[in-house]
Ligand binder design. Structure first.
Ligand code: ZN
Length: 291
């Protein structure tokens, strides 16, 4: 069976309240990326964070983090666009990517969320009142602009699919050749954080898999934002999927107080039990069609 690509989602916007190992600074993220690579990860996904952990959107920390990661290992680099989505234009949202391309330090992969959804934050079963207006907006025009720029810049689009309508948009983009095949898709389960994605349950994941289009070459991975991904790993592995795990999504106190590399190590063990070898970054490039 094809090799397994492990991506580590090292921080997102997670706090250190329940796990002190969430990396924030450029140095911490780069060190974590190297440890994850050594443990078996082929891709690192990170969000810029200030020293107090609050979101960082400025260009320089993104550039510096990409350079620091690359200085330590060959892991494929997938930064977020930055959480500036509520009122920013498509051009602004790609601003950091454009500058990294122009400065000769482009990452390998860039994300596109293939539709719009409510992202009101859940806390203890209630909505945070200040988040009730929050909609993650991604119009077809915005996504078409992203697809054209990423093609021009030779960055691999990472197509995030929060529900089945997003998957239909992916298939449409592939048929129009706005994105090249194989398309790299992440199925986004959102267990407790918000309810914009599928539930992080076997049925939630299976619904995504059951609706994969038969005419498009899809390489898919799965995450569980706000939940434990391990209960879904065997299911993903058995059906040819890849795995995106990390302390950004969940603090994994079930395992003590693990590091990101510990989580990767755990996935590698599950993969070996399932008879799947783990892909190096070079092998992941080949599987995903990254130049
Ligand atoms: Zn992210």
């Amino acid at each position: 069976m094809k090799k397994l690509i492990i991506e580590c989602r090292v921080n997102e916007y997670n706090t250190r309240e329940r796990n002190r190992n969430v990396p924030w600074s450029t140095e911490e993220i780069a060190r974590d990326a190297k440890s994850c690579r050594d443990a078996g990860a082929a891709i690192v996904h990170f969000h810029g964070r200030k020293h107090d952990g609050s979101p960082e959107h400025a260009y320089e920390p993104y550039r510096d983090t990409v350079l620091a990661i690359r200085g330590r290992s060959d892991i494929l680099i997938h930064p977020t666009l930055g959480y500036v989505t509520l009122d920013a234009s498509a051009e602004e949202r790609l601003g950091n990517m454009r500058r990294m391309v122009e400065d000769g330090c482009a990452p390998d992969i860039a994300p596109m969320d293939m539709g719009s959804t409510n992202v009101s934050v859940l806390r203890d079963g209630r909505y945070l009142p200040e988040s009730e207006e929050r909609v993650y907006q991604n119009s077809t025009a915005t996504l078409h602009y992203f697809a054209d720029r990423l093609k021009e810049w030779q960055l691999k689009p990472y197509l995030q699919v929060w529900n089945l309508s997003f998957m239909r948009e992916v298939a449409q983009f592939a048929r129009l050749e706005w994105v090249a095949q194989p398309v790299f898709v992440e199925f986004v389960c959102t267990d407790n954080h918000c309810i914009g994605g599928h539930p992080g349950t076997p049925k939630g994941l299976q619904a995504f898999i059951d609706f994969l289009p038969s005419d498009i070459h899809v390489e898919w991975t799965v995450c569980n934002y706000g939940g434990n991904l391990f209960p879904l790993c065997a299911q993903a592995l058995a059906q040819g999927g890849h795995v995106s795990i990390g302390l950004g999504d969940w603090d994994y106190r079930e395992l003590g107080e693990p590091t990101n590399a510990d989580l990767v190590d755990h996935v590698v063990r599950i993969a070996h039990e399932a008879g799947r070898e783990v892909a190096t970054p070079a092998e992941a490039r080949e599987i995903l069609g990254i130049a």
